[in-house]
Design a protein around this ligand. Structure first.
Ligand SMILES: Cc1ncc(COP(=O)(O)O)c(C=O)c1O
Length: 449
């Protein structure tokens, strides 16, 4: 059984940093996941923090040869926690937050404010005020009402703020290609085709406290091709060249967003981070040469590609139901409450039985969650060894948009989060308890006091 571990087929199923122990258990970062499930309970999110840091460093390294500065801003909507923000504070990385809540947690963690970028299509006046009062590095300006609020707040606080103009460029990447739509129907940013960007630049150029340092565009997620980034760079650099002469707009920074694809299932073949970086730098240099435009700084904001593959969720198998000639369901102790992506986007996942990784796969099953929703399915078809109650199922690549989108649906407590670093495990977020619910609840007696 042990020798199968080296088969190419099998290795394809494991993710970076994973091995198999002599007891045939899945290990992540050298730590036995079956022991983790026993120690912390399930469902359990497990993050290989060394892998997270490696991804960040790989992006940084990939941009090293660029002549101007580059910034990698981790899009923390993918997964945020005090412990992660604390860990990243000491790294050469910036942070993208999208709400007052993420900003609050990042500042509490001691993340340097000047390395934080603030995104969002409906930032409140309070959120903007807090961001500016705390001296954050940059706001990604999304719309005209936000601009008016920013003008008022900076005037009141007598503080300057750097902004990037979020542009909806009319280019949208679908996983394997991109489409040019002319006018992009999106709630985010200033529409390029209808001239909104020119209007906002005109206003910004006469602003006292708001300093427009560049442009931002995010073309999609789970992207496996470089062509969408090349197209958006070409388009925005040409526009920047026009705006240089019309408005004296100086493109100091070009932020091309996130969206770099990762491996969820065996068939996903993501490009390496260095291929994306190389293509982005080449496209920027090409445009800058052709247009005689000074090279801008390049900023990116990856989320999924930093934390996605580094996260694994451990579940305990409970009940099963077999419908002859149709399918066999096995149910686990989590589901849509800790991973909404399959229900929300038909996202696909794979995994292994963590306590018998190398056993032969003998049946195809469907993995159901425990919520009272027929749509609460984690994996529709997966080949697994014979499954018994209390087996531990490890679902791979759940590190992005899992915990951060988790809910208490059906009053299921949010799982704990464990970090693995240098072969050691530590609790990063404790498991929610039923008592935690009571912290927010007001009883009849208290309401009618
Ligand atoms: C503006 C922006 N930047 C970055 C990201 C991160 O994308 P990903 O996690 O796919 O890298 C998103 C995701 O929705 C986004 O909307």
């Amino acid at each position: 059984m042990w020798d199968k571990m080296t088969s190419t087929d099998f290795n394809k199923r494991l993710m970076d940093g994973m091995t198999i122990s002599e007891e045939n258990h899945l290990k992540i970062n050298g730590v036995d996941t079956v022991a983790l499930a026993e120690k912390y309970g399930t469902p359990l999110y497990v993050y290989d923090i060394d892998l997270v840091l490696n991804k960040i460093r790989s992006f940084k390294d990939a941009f090293k040869c660029y002549e101007k500065k580059t910034q990698v801003a981790y899009a923390s909507k993918a997964f945020s926690s005090l412990a992660l923000y604390e860990r990243l504070a000491g790294e050469d990385v910036s942070l993208d937050v999208v709400s007052g809540g993420e900003l609050y947690l990042a500042l509490k963690a001691g993340f340097p404010a000047d390395r934080i970028h603030f995104h969002g299509n409906n930032k409140s006046s309070r959120e903007l005020r807090e961001a500016i009062a705390n001296g954050i590095g940059c706001i990604v300006l999304d719309n005209f009402i936000e601009l008016t609020m920013l003008e008022e707040i900076t005037e009141q606080l007598q503080k300057n703020i750097n902004v990037l103009i979020r542009v909806t460029p009319g280019i949208h990447a679908h996983t394997h290609d991109y489409i040019s739509t002319g006018q992009e129907d999106s709630k985010f940013g200033f529409d390029l085709a209808s001239g909104q960007v020119e209007k906002v630049i005109e206003r910004l150029m006469s602003s006292t406290y708001i300093n427009a340092i560049g442009l931002h565009a995010h073309i999609g997620s789970q992207i496996f091709e470089v062509s969408g980034y090349e197209a958006v760079i070409d388009k925005l650099m040409k526009k920047a060249d026009e705006w240089r002469s019309t408005y004296q707009f100086n493109l100091e920074v070009l932020n091309v967003g996130g969206g770099f694809g990762i491996r969820y299932v065996e068939n996903d073949a993501p490009l390496s981070l260095s291929v994306f970086a190389e293509a982005i730098m080449t496209a920027v240099k090409k445009s800058s040469n052709e247009l005689n435009l000074e090279l801008p700084e390049i900023w990116i904001e990856p989320g999924r590609s930093i934390v996605g593959e580094a996260g694994t969720t451990l579940y305990t198998v409970g009940t099963e139901k077999e419908i002859p000639e149709v399918r066999k369901y096995i149910s686990v102790d989590g589901g849509m409450a800790d991973n909404i992506r399959p229900a929300l986007y038909q996202a696909t996942y794979t995994g292994v039985l963590a306590n018998r990784v190398n056993d032969d796969s003998v049946e195809k099953v469907s993995v159901a969650g425990k919520a009272c929703e027929s749509g609460d399915m984690l994996i529709w078809d997966i080949e697994l060894p014979e499954i018994n109650q209390s087996d531990i199922l490890a679902v791979f690549s759940t590190g992005a948009y899992g915990y951060s989108m988790a809910s208490n649906y059906n009053r299921l407590p949010r799982p704990a989060v464990v970090f693995l670093e240098n072969g050691e495990d530590s609790l990063a977020i404790r498991r929610e308890t039923y008592d935690d619910y009571l912290n927010l609840e007001i009883s009849h007696a208290d309401r009618t006091k």
